[in-house]
Design a protein around this ligand. Structure first.
Ligand SMILES: Cc1cc2nc3c(=O)[nH]c(=O)nc-3n(C[C@H](O)[C@H](O)[C@H](O)COP(=O)(O)O)c2cc1C
Length: 381
């Protein structure tokens, strides 16, 4: 019997039709694209980060690149000035979000005095604000001041954390809540990182091997699949430290399974940027569909039930430090050899088209189970 899955979520008093939202970035760079995200199934809207000045003359080109396993960018905040957002883009966004009955979260940067000016310009449109801290440095005080400035509107405020190396993100999240934030968005892109271009068919072959990003040092910010596991860890830690604080999980989500993992570690809803750039603005309804099917299959009937599930079952996790060879189902083995290639202990060898497991050599590392594409190997708990 199939169960009815409820995908609606309420976060800080905002009602979302589903938990898959766009994250601040090119997919929500103006009113028209925001409208397309809504048509593409987004459960609510977060705009591109708007700051007091347009970013346009400051962005080096090229500034976006798909790399193996991820994505690099050197985009700053919106290349449109706040006046254009107030006069045009947010009007379109407001109309479209109202028609769909979904919340409009306006992303703002960066310091308190700037935030105060921006909320005055945008308050007739915004249901809530998300504040980026990407460029405000390592002292949390300006972040707290910015939160207080946005909170003067009385609307929900989400603080978006950047995973800058060495930053104590749990401490930052606690300080944001102390300053009045209603929730945390985690995480922004990671970096700076470097990727090289060996393939562009430039006339001068000497240019091959230069960084893919066009900026002065060639570095960029990493997003997409490569970021997912850092984002999961940070959201996991945040939920552990503050389970009652609403959380928007961001980083490397492109499928229903990714979204499910992010909600299981503690997010109430998720945001998607890179996958919307790579696969188009219909990605939201695709992820929603996959998430719904997965929840049905696994027997979860609401996002509320799914949220933090990993933490709830954590105590049942069986921890061992001795070798336990995997279970092996020879009827499922195709003899593809992925297990044999990856086993560092030579404990699994394909003979006559079937894997043979040498239990005395097996260290119990588990890699063969994750390499098998046919379910022929299984961790024995
Ligand atoms: C091209 C690009 C531009 C971005 N611009 C912003 C921005 O203006 N404000 C912001 O808070 N995050 C920005 N981000 C970060 C994303 O919102 C998101 O936090 C990050 O990319 C991780 O999610 P993803 O893996 O789904 O892209 C940008 C990301 C990309 C790739």
């Amino acid at each position: 019997m199939s169960i009815m899955v409820d995908l609606t979520v309420e976060i800080a008093g905002l009602k979302f039709r589903n938990p898959i939202l766009p994250a601040a970035g090119p997919p929500v760079r103006d009113g028209i694209r925001i409208k397309k995200c809504i048509e593409g199934g987004a459960g609510g809207i977060v705009t591109k980060t708007i700051s007091i000045k347009a970013a346009d003359p400051l962005i080096p080109r090229p500034h976006m690149a798909e790399v193996r396993g991820g994505f690099l960018n050197t985009e700053l905040w919106s290349e449109l000035p706040p006046e254009v957002w107030a006069e045009k883009e947010l009007k379109i966004a407001r109309e479209a979000t109202r028609a769909a009955g979904i919340p409009l979260i306006v992303s703002l940067g960066y310091r308190a005095d700037e935030i105060s000016k921006l909320v005055e310009m945008f308050d007739e449109y915004a249901d809530a604000y998300e504040l980026s801290v990407h460029y405000i440095g390592r002292d949390p005080t300006p972040m707290m001041e910015a939160v207080k400035a946005a909170k003067k509107t009385g609307k929900p405020v989400f603080l978006k954390l950047s995973p800058h190396p060495g930053i104590d993100y749990v401490e930052w999240a606690k300080k944001a809540i102390e300053a009045g934030a209603d929730g945390i968005s985690a995480i922004n892109s990671f970096g700076p990182v470097l990727a090289l271009d060996l393939s562009t068919p430039l006339p001068d072959y000497m240019l091959k091997g230069l960084p893919v990003m066009g900026g002065p040092d060639g570095t960029g910010w990493l997003s997409g699949s490569a970021l997912k596991y850092l984002a999961l860890k940070i959201v996991f830690d945040l939920y552990k430290a503050m389970p009652n604080v609403p959380m928007l999980g961001v980083g490397g989500i492109s499928t229903g399974r990714d979204a499910m993992e992010m909600i299981m570690v503690g997010a109430n809803a998720v945001q998607v940027c890179t996958a919307a750039i790579l696969y188009g603005l219909n990605i939201f309804s695709k992820i929603v569909k996959q998430l719904k099917a997965l929840m049905e299959k696994m027997g979860f009937d609401s996002i509320k039930e799914l949220r933090g599930y990993t933490h709830k079952i954590w105590k049942k996790r069986y921890i061992r430090y001795i070798s336990t060879p995997p279970k092996y189902y020879p009827e499922k083995c195709t003899g593809c050899k992925l297990c044999e290639i990856s086993c560092p202990y030579d404990a699994i060898v394909v003979v006559n088209g079937k894997a043979v497991l040498y239990k005395d050599k097996c260290f119990g590392c588990g890699v063969c189970v994750t390499r098998c594409r046919f379910g022929a190997l299984e961790i024995e708990w």
